[in-house]
Design a protein around this ligand. Sequence first.
Ligand SMILES: [Zn+2]
Length: 120
Amino acid sequence: MATTEPIDEHGRWRPKHPVIDLLALAGGVAAVLAGYAPFKVIVAGLVAWLILRIGVLMLGGMARPIPEPPPVGELRKVKITYRCEICGTEVRMTVAPDQDPEAPRHCQDDMVMMTPIDDL
Ligand SMILES: [Zn+2]
């Protein structure tokens, strides 16, 4: 998860989740206008803000970060042909992070290796 400070390119502080802040604030204003006691509105607004923040944090925790690409020198030259069993598309992989790379996906399914194992 990103742990950068919430400062924009001009060096000014800005809220990390402005939509959540605005939702809690708008709910509070609407509740005050509807005639609820200010103390209850403040408590409800803070609880709503906290629940939304925790929900966003949990969703962010489920997101998988994309792995960093390895340095160019660590890549291996390969010559592997894959075929999509659904539509018949064939692709040739020429560079991979290791000699036995994971098969690419096409038509939402793993492609099948066409290169004989002896030629790897
Ligand atoms: Zn396909």
